[in-house]
Design a protein around this ligand. Structure first.
Ligand code: LLP
Length: 444
């Protein structure tokens, strides 16, 4: 049976008054993340996969508090870059996990820049428990050149994919993994060269939904076959078979959450008997519904066929709608508080179709088009839901726009909110820039 927490936390379930007050305290735009919800999501998934090793895909939200909280719960940390490995090692060391499991960090190297390999191999000297997952024979050679002969996992390309958008399907994309047909030879060769071969890995894609369960099943079955073949060839050396992440979450208000028990059962069944531990590494599942983006309305105007609502967050703050046409729920907190408190300024807001857009000079900078919402007014605070995954992580400084602040909420009391990341300033935006008058900045 699964942990008690509800399988999905809708934007409507958040406390509007509390969220609006955060903007009063920390300004707008602002990311808010509920750490207890992150833990609940972990426990629910861990309950569905009782004998799997669970890693957290750091790329979904790399905030130190998140890494520490998940590591304390029992998660390993799967990293996509040396920068993530650096954060993961720091968080794993800071977390007070006491089950003796120690630091469990994987670096999944995709076309790894030399700088990343140098850094990670260096870190491995102090952390021999690090695992490096390679997706190309070149990467094995480059590790060997650097004297690495530690734990090695091979990412394969299974030739099957799935996901919420073409741009996040990975299982058949040329850039990811060694074609699965070549995997046994590559691993046998690596073992002969002295690497400590510990695992096989693949990732089908991101945002995999219940109706893609057949693809998941076919994919896991291939991984099971591969693991058995590798164990035959390497005399049972495999420690784990990692089937990646990708667990989808509902973004639309009427979308149902994944049936985790069905996914877990399908996974076990498709994998079959393997003398190696099952590893999964979701990112989004743990953090998506634990986070919201708060943003203030600054402009309201009647456009040709819609109410055009301007807010201070944009595609630089939350890129997903612009990049994947992703749907995110939007709630007008100020309007909801008026209703809750019978505020007389609520002279009955009508629900009207509106287009909520940011301050960036691109027509793609919209969070929704013609969506029915209570008529927005200037200074209203809107909450954009499911912003905990791939939100701040993909934020950038386009249009010389400083990135927003982030707070974490950990509990109910007044002291439960903490600034986790300050808002950037204009100076942060230009800090790395040199010019003729001041050429003092060095290039690392
Ligand atoms: N493992 C590997 C090797 C991955 O490449 C990814 C995601 C994950 C695990 C975690 O996938 P998740 O459980 O979070 O779906 N920016 C996109 C998602 C890109 C995911 C890339 N890889 C989005 O906002 O939808």
């Amino acid at each position: 049976t699964l942990a008690e927490s509800p399988a999905v936390r809708r934007l409507a379930d958040w406390d509007a008054t509390r969220l609006e007050s955060l903007v009063g305290d920390y300004g707008s735009p602002l990311y808010a993340l509920d750490l207890e919800r992150v833990r609940e999501n972990y426990r629910r998934l861990a309950a569905a996969f009782p004998d799997a090793e669970i890693m957290y895909a750091v790329k979904a939200n790399a905030l130190g508090d998140v890494l520490e909280a998940l590591h304390e719960e029992g998660a390993g940390l799967e990293c996509a870059s040396a920068g993530e490995v650096k954060r993961a090692l720091a968080a794993a060391e800071a977390s007070d996990r006491s089950d003796g499991f120690g630091v469990d960090v994987h670096y999944t190297a995709v076309n790894p820049p030399a700088r990343d390999l140098d850094w990670v191999v260096d870190a491995w000297e102090d952390h021999p428990e690090l695992t490096i997952t390679v997706g190309a024979e070149d990467t094995i050679d480059r590790l060997e050149e650097r004297g690495y002969d530690g734990r090695l996992c091979l990412r394969v390309n299974p030739g099957i994919d799935a996901g919420h958008h073409e741009k996040v399907k990975t299982g058949a994309a040329a850039k990811f993994g060694v074609p699965i047909e070549r995997a046994v030879d590559v691993l046998a060769d690596a073992a002969e060269r002295g690497f400590d071969v510990v695992g096989v890995h693949a990732h089908l894609g991101s945002g995999v939904s219940s109706d893609q369960l057949d693809d998941h099943r076919a994919f896991v079955a291939r991984m099971g076959d591969l693991a058995r073949e590798v164990n035959d060839a390497l005399e049972g050396d495999l420690e784990f078979v990692d089937v990646g992440g990708g667990f989808g979450v509902p973004y639309r208000e009427d979308e149902e959450p994944l049936d985790l028990e069905a996914v877990a059962e399908a996974t076990r069944e498709a994998l079959g008997e393997v003398d190696a531990r099952l590893t999964i590494e979701p990112g989004r599942y743990f953090v998506a519904d634990a986070g919201v983006l708060l943003t203030e309305v600054n402009t309201v105007k009647e456009a040709r066929d819609t109410l055009a609502v301007g807010v201070d967050a944009g595609m630089t703050t939350l890129l997903r709608p612009a990049m994947y046409d992703a749907y995110h729920p939007i709630r007008n907190l100020t309007a909801d508080i008026e209703v809750e408190t019978d505020d007389p300024s609520d002279n009955g807001r009508e629900t009207v179709p509106q287009t909520v857009a940011g301050p960036i000079c691109e027509s793609g900078d919209v969070f929704c088009s013609d969506r029915e919402l209570p008529a927005s007014r200037r200074a209203d605070v809107l909450a954009i839901g499911n912003a905990g995954a791939y939100g701040y992580e993909m934020a950038n400084q386009y249009n010389s726009r400083p990135r927003p602040a982030s707070v974490v909420i950990d509990g109910d009391g007044d002291d439960a909110v903490r600034l986790a990341r300050r808002r950037e300033t204009f100076d942060d935006v230009t800090r790395v820039e040199t010019n003729a008058a001041d050429p003092t900045i060095e290039n690392p």
